[in-house]
Design a protein around this ligand. Structure first.
Ligand SMILES: C[S@@+](CC[C@H](N)C(=O)[O-])C[C@H]1O[C@@H](n2cnc3c(N)ncnc32)[C@H](O)[C@@H]1O
Length: 210
């Protein structure tokens, strides 16, 4: 018999593929995927391994200068946002997740010393509550990409990171060729690919054209 975990992982991949191929389908998948992550929120931290953020960290290490405003999409319990806070001590960081359970955990996990510059909000990455060109860096760790919104909220010259902890076996995974094609179509350049731990990551820069 197939376990609930396997069904959940397969559903996450189906939702990812559908949202990338046709973002208009996303509202059909959102309620069930949100419920899935609400259920996972209490145990999510125990599912993170030592090298879960190795590819994410490697891509961040390649940035040529520290960003001032950073957005971590699909932040879950906030582990990626905490990586950002340690690496960029001067940055303002927002972690966004559609799951209320995940956001609640992320807030609870936030060290008192980071409160103020590191905040968490519930929102859908497909329709972000931020003005155009608000961020210098937008990050994704094991998160479905919504390319139009990333391109909208990034400043010209800003960077985007996509990291997948287990490479192609990560439930939410998008091949680098697809990421590059979607980003190139929106004027992104300076692509760099990384492998670390069990996973991979891609870094790109938003071109200067409006
Ligand atoms: C696989 S988890 C990754 C969490 C965290 N980044 C990590 O690697 O530990 C994916 C997260 O993205 C969130 N998510 C998925 N689609 C989203 C969307 N459209 N908007 C905001 N959050 C979303 C889920 O609720 C979930 O918490």
């Amino acid at each position: 018999m197939i376990s609930r975990e396997v069904i959940g992982r397969r559903f996450a991949r189906i939702a990812t593929d559908a949202a990338v191929r046709s973002p208009r389908l996303w509202p059909l998948f959102r309620p069930l995927l949100r419920k899935q992550f609400d259920v996972l929120a209490p145990v999510w931290d125990s599912m993170r391994l030592e090298d879960t953020f190795a590819p994410y960290e490697k891509a961040l290490a390649a940035l040529d200068r520290p960003p001032a405003d950073v957005l971590d999409l699909g932040t879950g319990t906030g582990a990626g946002a905490f990586v950002l806070a340690r690496r960029f001590p001067e940055a303002r960081i927002v972690g966004v997740d559609m799951s209320a359970g995940m956001v609640e955990r992320a807030r609870r996990n936030t060290p008192a010393s980071e409160e103020g510059r590191l905040t968490f909000q519930r929102a859908d990455a497909a329709a972000l509550p931020f003005a155009d060109q608000s961020f210098d860096l937008v990050t994704h760790a094991n998160m479905i990409p919504f390319f139009d919104e990333v391109a909208r909220v990034l400043r010209n010259g800003g960077h985007v990171v996509f990291a997948f902890s287990s490479g192609a076996t990560t439930p939410i995974y998008v091949a680098a060729t697809t990421l590059r094609a979607e980003l190139e179509a929106r004027g992104f350049t300076d692509f760099a690919e990384f492998t670390a731990g069990r996973g991979n990551a891609l870094l790109a820069r938003k071109g200067d054209r409006p």
